[in-house]
Design a protein around this ligand. Structure first.
Ligand SMILES: Nc1ncnc2c1ncn2[C@@H]1O[C@H](COP(=O)(O)OP(=O)(O)O)[C@@H](O)[C@H]1O
Ligand SMILES: [Mg+2]
Length: 252
């Protein structure tokens, strides 16, 4: 009798019995990690700036390495938070008219040293006319462009890497494309490319620290902005990734 009564009333045990969704767990853990990561990052930056005393070359080297890794960790945590937002249906984009050219050029500039150090060359092609603005989220669209370009650097073949970026108007859309001559993606993996945590075997060997969330989030960003994202195999080897974004209404 007592047993039955207990079942009807909500006991603390029952609260624990309700298992949280995995996206809720990810979200809570990622939020908790954000603060300590940013504290570590701030201290490392302060030490590197030598505001609190001189450091020698070896110490600087180690601190820079630690800072680089903490930044990557912060990036992974942000990606996990974004994934849980996408899955919960509350990934809010701040859409406004923006120039894709003005998003792309600074990304190329910021990556220039890495591109050179990786024995790659990059070209940027667009028609001579001024392209109309698209309606998109500036920060998130930059993330898409950045991920597509960094993937070409991370997954290059031995020898000289060639990256070709282009922008063109196609009807009421702007088409962005990013072509490389890298390792490519095996045909049998094509269906999985935009799924969470997808990484080809070769990519995992080349860069074990990757997370496989970039393209998943890129697709969410582009589709939530009313665009499309896809890829094809480059003629000989390598990949071409494309996305379109709708031209902002006032601009047409
Ligand atoms: N340009 C490319 N060339 C070859 N493989 C690629 C390219 N872009 C993406 N990939 C493959 O798709 C996977 C997922 O990419 P992404 O989601 O950006 O994750 P990550 O950059 O963490 O590896 C990569 O690990 C790689 O296997
Ligand atoms: Mg990536």
């Amino acid at each position: 009798m007592e047993k039955n009564n207990r079942r009807k009333t909500e006991s603390p045990i029952n609260i624990y019995a309700k298992r949280p969704k995995i996206s809720e767990v990810i979200s809570v853990v990622a939020h908790q990690l954000r603060h300590p990561i940013s504290v570590i990052k701030n201290y490392l930056e302060a030490l590197i700036s030598q505001d609190f005393g001189k450091i020698n070359q070896k110490q600087e080297e180690y601190l820079q390495d630690a800072l680089y890794n903490v930044k990557r960790m912060a990036e992974h945590v942000d990606h996990l938070l974004d994934v849980s937002r996408v899955e919960e249906g509350n990934y809010a984009l701040k859409l406004k008219p923006l120039s894709l050219e003005e998003i792309t050029k600074p990304v190329i500039k910021d990556l220039a040293l890495w591109i050179e150090a990786s024995n790659c060359e990059i070209s940027f092609k667009k028609s001579t006319e001024v392209l109309p603005k698209v309606l998109a989220d500036p920060i998130k669209t930059r993330e898409v462009v950045e991920n597509l370009i960094t993937n070409t650097i991370k997954y290059k073949k031995a020898g000289r890497g060639k990256i070709e970026i282009s922008l063109e108007k196609k009807g009421n859309q702007i088409l962005f494309s990013c072509k490389d001559n890298g390792i490519g993606i095996p045909r049998e993996d094509f269906k999985k490319v935009f799924t969470k945590f997808y990484r080809s075997e070769e990519a995992m060997e080349m860069d074990p620290s990757g997370f496989g969330l970039g393209l998943y989030l890129n697709r969410a960003i582009i589709e939530l902005s009313g665009g499309k994202i896809w890829f094809s195999k480059n003629k000989d080897f390598g990949m071409i990734f494309y996305f379109t974004l709708p031209i902002a209404k006032k601009e047409t």
